[in-house]
Design a protein around this ligand. Structure first.
Ligand SMILES: NC(=O)c1ccc[n+]([C@@H]2O[C@H](COP(=O)([O-])OP(=O)(O)OC[C@H]3O[C@@H](n4cnc5c(N)ncnc54)[C@H](O)[C@@H]3O)[C@@H](O)[C@H]2O)c1
Length: 332
């Protein structure tokens, strides 16, 4: 298969590495900054484009959108309308309406839009989901997620990061990784109440968020997420039920009480640097995406899944702004 990558920045490198390992040809890189496109293209002997429409006219099997978050839905729609399947980095979009437009375009064009949420493809995620679905935790009581990270001021300075239009905020950039896993494991809450603030950084959006959530059946959840905390601590998710509990630290199982789960080997996490250590996680999700593009497997993580997480994040923002509890009526 041949891929066109739109956006030639940090995450595009991981896509190129993952795709190459999976035997896909990185055929072209397109970036509004042609130098960025050329630099990455040189490494993969790919073509470089500075214009999206010209790049989309090329014969490729799919397009991977690796641009700033606010540009994702329009580029995904443009790619599908140009007759290509598309992979979109997280978040799918920064509002529910844009998610719906992407889903409508999938229906209209018959093309697949595959969003990225690589943590949903880990062995840890799969084992914990299996335990929950088997009822081993009993009735679920609480689910909590802590994501305390540090991003240096240079991370935001002069960048699209921290802008409302292109980044969305800490929840859309960092918090989404854990929140999306939480949505996958626990479903979507029916009520959410949250607050967001900017504690450290000189940015338009929040750098810190807290929220409490109520799920169908009465389980309760909490979230703390920040990029203003020095040092970063590893992501921690705890799911407690009437018969057992599980604690996950990053992508490992560190406590499993009352359930038939093996603990993961101890690991030291270095998390102040946002750069991904390897393309392994992207390889895992791409395996399913490529098989789905070839019609060999069902896409495991869909635009509807991604849209539900976007819906939850938007509800936290709405609650913070209106100081109201928000009811999430719609299942997307
Ligand atoms: N899944 C993950 O773990 C993960 C990790 C990092 C980033 N991301 C996501 O990847 C996306 C990109 O992040 P990044 O860190 O690579 O950013 P980046 O700033 O390093 O790269 C973005 C590139 O896109 C180019 N660009 C901007 N608008 C464009 C457009 N309309 N058309 C073509 N090119 C355009 C820029 O010139 C830049 O080179 C973000 O949405 C981010 O949330 C995901």
């Amino acid at each position: 298969m041949k891929a066109l990558i739109i956006g030639g920045g940090a995450i595009a490198e991981q896509h190129c590495q993952a795709l190459t390992k999976l035997g896909v040809e990185v055929y072209a890189i397109c970036d509004l900054n042609i130098k960025a496109a050329q630099t990455l293209a040189e490494q993969y002997r790919a073509k470089a484009f500075g214009d999206v429409s010209l790049a989309l006219a090329e014969q490729v099997d799919f397009v991977s959108v690796c641009t700033p978050s606010g540009t994702h839905p329009a580029l995904a729609i443009q790619a599908m309308e140009a007759g290509k399947h598309v992979v979109v980095e997280k978040p799918l979009a920064l509002c529910v309406e844009d998610c719906k437009s992407v889903i409508e375009t999938e229906k209209k064009t018959g093309k697949i839009c595959a969003p990225i949420s690589q943590l949903r493809f880990s062995e840890t995620y799969k084992s914990v989901k299996r335990i929950i679905e088997a009822g081993e935790l009993g009735t679920l009581v609480t689910g909590s997620l802590s994501m305390h990270y540090y991003r240096a001021p240079e991370y935001y300075a002069g960048s699209w990061k921290g802008t409302k239009a292109l980044d969305g905020g800490e929840l859309f950039n960092q918090g989404i990784h854990g929140l999306d896993v939480m949505c996958g494991l626990l479903g979507k809450p029916t009520q959410v109440s949250g607050s967001v603030v900017t504690r450290l950084h000189q940015i338009e959006t929040e750098d810190t968020a807290v929220a409490s959530m109520i799920y169908p059946g009465g389980m309760m959840g909490t979230l703390e997420s920040s990029t203003a905390v020095f040092y970063s601590t590893p992501r921690r998710m705890e799911i407690c039920g009437t018969k057992g509990s599980i604690t996950m630290i990053e992508d490992t199982i560190s406590v499993a009480e009352g359930v038939s789960l093996e603990l993961s080997p101890q690991k030291k996490f270095i998390t102040n640097d946002p750069k991904l250590e390897s393309s392994e996680e992207h390889e895992r999700i791409y395996k399913n995406i490529l098989a789905a593009f070839l019609g060999k497997e069902k896409l495991q993580y869909t635009t509807k899944d991604a849209a539900n997480t976007v819906h939850l994040i938007c509800a936290i923002y709405e609650s913070s702004e209106t100081k109201q509890v928000i009811t999430l009526k719609e299942e997307l």
